[in-house]
Design a protein around this ligand. Structure first.
Ligand code: PAF
Length: 283
């Protein structure tokens, strides 16, 4: 495994592998890897010849009030984990290279980005689509994979790839959960022990909602209200949003069907956590 820090070197390396007919698989990350990232790496490993993982805490997807400085980082640990998973290349650029001043060019996907997380984090998805575009130009992957915990991000990136004719196949990997159901996230590290216990209410509520749907409930408002009331019972929680939406358009649905997704964002103390469940198993 090698670590590449220079954009030009990464581009030249990918070009060389492409000219040899090698298939490049890509797992973009912001580092501080956990089982969720490792599962994406494991999913991608058998599908490609050259596996690239990028580690870059992307400043443009954080608002000035958000946790960019605090965001957990541990490159040495990430490096060991990648080596254990047979990663071929870590791309680890610095911010000055990725956004040379005066930086002026951004990618924006309309409609899908001003709802759900986009409503409470204006500019977030512009940052994500910009960095992923840049990474695609640098890493030149044939395949790229994103986690389903960031459900809206995956929908937005799939749309971007179609609209901008990127020759990259986008895959997604399932949410990986702790034993008590909490979706794995680098931000779980911010929770105190007490908040960590309270955070289990998120998946418990989603699971119960899923059961209600399986039992025949199709009214999205009944489901939303159940989740909101259940989460509000827990002292340190504050709901950002709970929504039942179509899996492709992200538009709210009234009558639940097998294209519906329940998505939510909840603060536990000052930590904002997201989660979702797909309702496509219902018949
Ligand atoms: O999902 C993430 O970790 C980030 O949003 C991504 C896709 C690596 C872009 O910075």
């Amino acid at each position: 495994m090698i670590t590449i820090r220079e954009i030009k070197q990464m581009q030249a390396t990918s070009e060389k592998y492409r000219s040899e007919g090698k298939k490049i698989g890509f797992v973009p990350t912001m580092g501080f890897l956990h089982e969720g990232h490792l599962s994406l790496i494991r999913q991608m490993r058998p599908l490609c010849d050259i596996l690239v993982v990028s580690i870059f805490v992307n400043p443009t997807q954080f608002a000035p009030s958000e946790d960019l400085e605090q965001y957990p980082r541990d490159f040495e640990r990430d490096e060991k984990l990648c080596r254990n998973e047979n990663v071929d290349i870590i791309f680890y650029p610095d911010s000055g290279q990725m956004y040379p001043a005066p930086y002026a060019t951004y990618v924006h996907v309309e409609n899908l980005t001003d709802t759900l997380c986009g409503a409470s984090r204006p500019g977030h998805f512009r940052g994500v689509t910009t960095i992923v575009t840049k990474l695609f130009h640098i890493v030149k992957p044939h395949l790229a994979i994103f986690g389903e915990k960031d459900f809206q991000q995956a929908v937005v990136l799939k749309k971007m790839v179609v609209d901008l004719n990127f020759d990259v196949k986008i895959m997604t990997g399932p949410i990986i959960r702790e034993e008590d159901g909490l979706a794995m996230s680098s931000r779980n590290k911010y929770l105190t022990a007490n908040q960590r216990r309270q955070a289990t209410i998120i998946y418990q509520s989603l699971q119960k909602a899923q059961e209600m749907v399986k039992a025949g409930e199709r009214n999205s408002e009944v489901i939303r209200k159940y989740i909101i009331d259940n989460i509000n019972r827990i002292p340190e929680t504050k709901i950002d949003y709970v929504a039942v939406v179509n899996e492709t358009t992200l538009k709210p649905v009234v009558q639940i069907d097998h294209h519906s997704v329940i998505a939510l964002a909840v603060y536990i103390g000052s930590t904002r956590l997201i989660d979702n469940v797909r309702l496509n198993t219902i018949r």
